[in-house]
Design a protein around this ligand. Structure first.
Ligand SMILES: [Zn+2]
Length: 510
């Protein structure tokens, strides 16, 4: 065997490979894992050009795979003004920040604020157009809620959006109004996508460059070596852009890019379906949004067409009714064409009672869940989810016990990209507030690691090339400050990523 490019030694290697789960050292050659074993076994691979990293007893795991996030909205968010509870405590604070930021840019230029959360604001309410008008009347302003389900526009932005008291509610969305006058108060529900794509100017090249470099650092510092972009608007232009950022080294993580029911035709015209691309950039599933209630027959037909064209399908389904719509579509497909091995995905699967889980299992479907939302939104779920639905909320242990593959993700920018928060939440089911959601659904740290490694790789048909530290697989690895399986569960969320290795290269070090 030729000498190795890189050797990690003195490590506690959790390989996530059942045939040899633990090791002390890993050798890498040509971007792939060459050998895994005891330090002494690998000594013969040390040559004059081998980089040897002493891990000082720290833990090495396969690189994390965040199976569902949104690259371009994360990019937008990173360019915005942080209005999260860490930065502001009140609407008064928000006004101060906006006033300050508005003074830095010419009037008429858009200002974006992100992550406000009325729950943590002193006034215990969302800011309105009138609040923002006081701070920045000469700039169009959009503030996005942490959930991204709501946003607030000031009067300038509302007029650019053409929204006034006579505007009708778009389907599936809501324009909040002052109860006395009927005048929109600036708060828009489920309209942020519309505002960003139809009202705001597209990001400039310089803005995108800056945002992608920031996103890159976020991914690498969180140990994310692979990610899935689950945006239905992804098209060949975005594909080329991501490729360009990867080629120039701005974006180091590997990307699986989903398409949408419309844009998939553009990919197909170029001869591309699920699986096209290479180990750095690959085409994933066609994403179907079920939030705006589709006609079941139309959905069935559209899904069958995609399936027949060779695509993996990914259904965005949170509520029980939408999970059932996705299942019905898959059952319809199964009547006409085999689904076994096609790994069609249910994204989120927020409510999955036992009867639906049984049906899912028969369809060989994969669940892509978001443990971080248990942590960040658990408190709100406990307050707002109906008691009869609560027992089925983001279940993980039950599907795993039934043999359904579950992969995990952040859904960033909805939640921050930190797999260790997700692993913590999956193991403890604890919200940030400390409350526990469905204690019967806790899983072990190894199971939680699997969600972000082997299972995520399975969800994208890549388990033979990544997801475990196994000879022949891509050398994507992360050095952690501690072993999630050996620290008390409460401390899992404090574990730090020390080093991120992609294709055998140290891409990031703390
Ligand atoms: Zn999403």
């Amino acid at each position: 065997m030729p000498s190795a490019d890189l050797i990690l030694k003195n490590a506690r290697v959790i390989t996530m490979d059942a045939s040899s789960p633990l090791a002390e050292a890993v050798a890498v050659t040509g971007g792939k894992v060459a050998a895994v074993g005891r330090a002494a076994d690998l000594d013969s691979l040390i040559g004059s050009r081998t980089r040897v990293v002493d891990c000082a007893g720290r833990t090495v795991v396969p690189g994390f795979n965040d199976a569902h996030l949104h690259l371009f909205s994360l990019a937008r968010k990173l360019l915005g003004i942080d209005l999260s509870p860490v930065s502001v405590r009140s609407i008064v604070d928000i006004k101060d920040v906006l006033k300050r930021e508005a003074a830095k840019i010419p009037p008429g230029t858009w200002l974006s604020g992100t992550d406000y959360n009325e729950f943590y604001l002193a006034e215990k309410r969302c800011p309105t157009r009138w609040d923002i008008d006081e701070a920045a009347p000469g700039h169009p302003v959009v503030l996005s809620h942490r959930s991204l389900h709501a946003c607030v526009l000031n009067s300038y932005a509302l007029s650019l959006a053409g929204i006034d008291r006579n505007t009708e509610e778009p389907p599936g969305a809501c324009i909040e109004r002052d109860l006395d006058t009927g005048e929109p108060n600036g708060i828009l529900v489920n309209m942020l996508g519309h505002v960003r794509s139809r009202v705001m100017p597209p990001l400039t090249v310089a803005e995108l460059d800056r945002a992608f470099s920031m996103a890159n650092v976020q991914f690498l510092s969180a140990g994310i070596t692979s990610l899935g972009d689950a945006t239905y608007k992804n098209d060949p232009a975005r594909w080329r852009l991501v490729k360009q950022y990867q080629d120039s080294g701005v974006l180091r993580s590997r990307v699986l890019m989903m398409a949408g029911p419309e844009t998939r035709h553009e990919f197909q015209a170029a001869g591309m379906v699920t699986g096209a691309g290479d180990s750095r950039l690959r085409l994933g599933a066609v994403k179907f949004l079920l939030e705006v209630k589709p006609d079941q027959d139309e959905l069935n037909q559209a899904a069958l067409d995609c399936h027949r064209a060779g695509w993996q399908l990914a259904f965005h389904a949170v509520a029980e009714s939408t999970v059932e719509e996705a299942i019905k579509a898959l059952e319809y497909i199964k009547l006409h064409s085999p689904v076994a091995g096609r790994r069609h995905r249910i994204e989120h699967c927020g409510e999955c009672p036992p009867a639906l889980l049984e049906r899912l299992k028969k369809l060989d479907a994969v669940i892509v869940t978001q443990p971080p939302t248990l942590y960040y939104s658990g408190e709100r779920y406990l307050e707002t989810v109906k008691p009869d639905q609560l027992p089925w909320l983001y279940r993980i242990a039950s599907p795993l016990d039934r043999g359904v593959v579950v992969a995990a993700s952040s859904d960033a920018p909805v939640a921050p990209v930190n797999p260790l928060t997700g692993i913590y939440a999956a193991v403890t089911r604890r919200a940030e507030s400390g409350q526990v959601l469905l204690p019967g659904e806790t899983i072990t740290p190894y199971q939680a690691l699997a969600l972000y490694t082997v299972n995520a790789a399975y969800a994208s048909f890549e388990e033979k090339t990544r997801g475990s530290i196994t000879p022949g697989r891509l050398a994507d690895m992360v050095v952690l400050s501690d072993d999630p399986a050996r620290v008390p569960p409460e401390r899992i969320k404090d574990i730090r990523v020390e080093t991120t290795i992609i294709g055998g290269e140290v891409a990031w070090e703390r």
